[in-house]
Ligand binder design. Structure first.
Ligand SMILES: [Fe+2]
Length: 198
């Protein structure tokens, strides 16, 4: 979405600060019910090999950031955070994002140059899953080898994109810290304004 402004440097620095990996996060997130033990020790099969999935850690941004987002990105978003991918493998396993939202997503650091977001389909299941179904049995799929690869892409750095996380997706070929900002939007508040080019 090249019409949306780039993020001012002071917020990039804030994201780097708040999304710094901290070992204590794991226990806090488990106690808050945000993630469970399984999330932190998830095993993924890729090309016949078992690897431990990378995870995302979250950092809360500031009130000033939220005001900037309301003014410049989306007026009535319901959540925003800075997130960083950490872990020992090069794969964040296939999953659907949490229900009830689509995301405006801004990649600050892509991690390794080879990092790719890979979209998958499970045979017999839809490409685009329900946005609202928390009981979807395919929220997490541990064997990439059982999935049909649809497309692999490299997201642009420092540009907002609209991301529908209700297609199974993974991040592969990345062992580095991948830092991003997200602005979560209730799809009910979302409409497309399509104008003919003049
Ligand atoms: Fe995701």
């Amino acid at each position: 979405m090249p019409h949306l402004p780039t993020v001012p440097e002071k917020f990039i620095q804030l994201a780097r600060t708040v999304a710094c990996p901290r070992s204590i996060d794991q226990n806090i997130l488990i106690s808050m019910g945000v993630h469970n033990e399984y999330y932190f020790n998830r095993q993924v099969i890729k090309d016949g090999k078992l690897v431990t999935s990378r995870i995302q850690q979250y950092g809360k941004m500031s009130n000033e950031w939220e005001q900037w987002c309301r003014k410049n990105i989306f007026p009535n978003f319901y959540d925003t955070s800075a997130r960083i991918s950490t872990g020992t493998s090069d794969t964040h396993g296939a999953h659907l994002d949490y229900p009830g939202k689509v995301r405006l997503y801004y990649l600050i650091d892509q991690g390794d140059e080879t990092a790719e977001t890979v979209f998958y389909m499970k045979p017999g299941r839809p490409v685009v899953h329900s946005i609202q179904d928390p009981e979807d049995p395919d929220r997490i799929v541990d064997s990439h080898d059982d999935l049909i690869e649809l497309e692999r892409v490299q997201f642009p750095v420092k540009q907002w994109i609209l991301f529908n996380g209700h297609v199974l997706h993974a991040v592969e070929n990345n062992s580095g810290p991948r830092l991003n900002l997200t602005v979560d939007i209730d799809p009910a508040n979302f409409s497309f304004l399509i104008r003919p080019q003049t």
